[in-house]
Design a protein around this ligand. Structure first.
Ligand SMILES: N[C@@H](CCC(=O)N[C@@H](CS)C(=O)NCC(=O)O)C(=O)O
Length: 207
């Protein structure tokens, strides 16, 4: 049975990952705009579906999924025909899960700690050092075109979104491997459509 997909979304936030993922699928979906500047993410109706008060959240019929990486992984598995995740018994699944979880649990906090100069001893961090993360990322995308080679997956949406944001905001060094990877991602029609939708929704919020 068809279950309408709704993404609770705010432009130029971590919700952009969910939007890009939806654009990679050939499935109908709706966007519900949450104006985070007006604090709509803390409205009781929204907190009822996402008690963290953060965007994005995905509704798939009666199912609610939150956290951008989980949303991307969920959609990839929910629509296997799109080929955005290796099958659970495919050997490529190992690499896929590694990068998906590495992005969410290591890249993002490593960049936050580095940028904010938070004093955390590397022995206590899950990612080791910021430099280790940079080398790991550069090595992961050097061969390409994508993290798993020829197959583009939800792991590219999640990790690629982070690398793209970090390069644009100078939170990662302009390593040629990282820049070339982002250029390959930006050549994808789905990401180009995402960028257009983002700009339209951002303009709508300003109006
Ligand atoms: N782990 C969450 C984090 C989401 C998140 O940090 N969202 C931010 C926007 S980028 C937000 O909703 N901020 C509004 C607020 O904190 O009030 C995810 O990846 O979905």
């Amino acid at each position: 049975m068809a279950r309408p997909l709704t993404l609770y979304y705010s432009p130029f936030t971590r919700a952009s990952r969910g939007l890009w993922m939806l654009e990679e699928l050939d499935e109908p979906y709706a966007l519900r705009l949450i104006d985070t500047h007006k604090g709509e993410q803390r409205n009781p109706a929204y907190l009822a579906i996402n008690p963290t008060g953060k965007v994005p959240t995905l509704r798939d019929g009666e199912h609610i999924i939150r956290d951008s990486a989980a949303i991307c992984a969920y959609l990839a598995d929910r629509f296997p025909g799109a080929g955005l995740a290796p099958a659970t018994d495919a050997p490529e699944r190992a690499s896929y899960l590694t990068w998906l979880f590495y992005a969410a649990s290591n890249v993002e906090p490593a960049v936050m700690v580095q940028t904010n100069k938070w004093p955390v001893p590397s022995v206590q961090t899950s990612w080791g050092s910021y430099e280790t993360v940079i080398e790991t990322l550069a090595g992961a995308v050097r061969g390409g075109p994508y993290l798993l080679g020829k197959q583009f997956t939800a792991a590219d949406v999640v990790l690629g979104s982070m690398v793209r944001f970090c390069l644009a905001n100078k939170l990662l060094p302009a390593r040629p491997e990282l820049g070339a990877y982002v250029a390959r991602l930006e050549a994808r029609p789905a990401l180009q459509r995402t960028m257009k939708i983002e700009a339209e929704y951002a303009a709508r919020l300003k109006a």
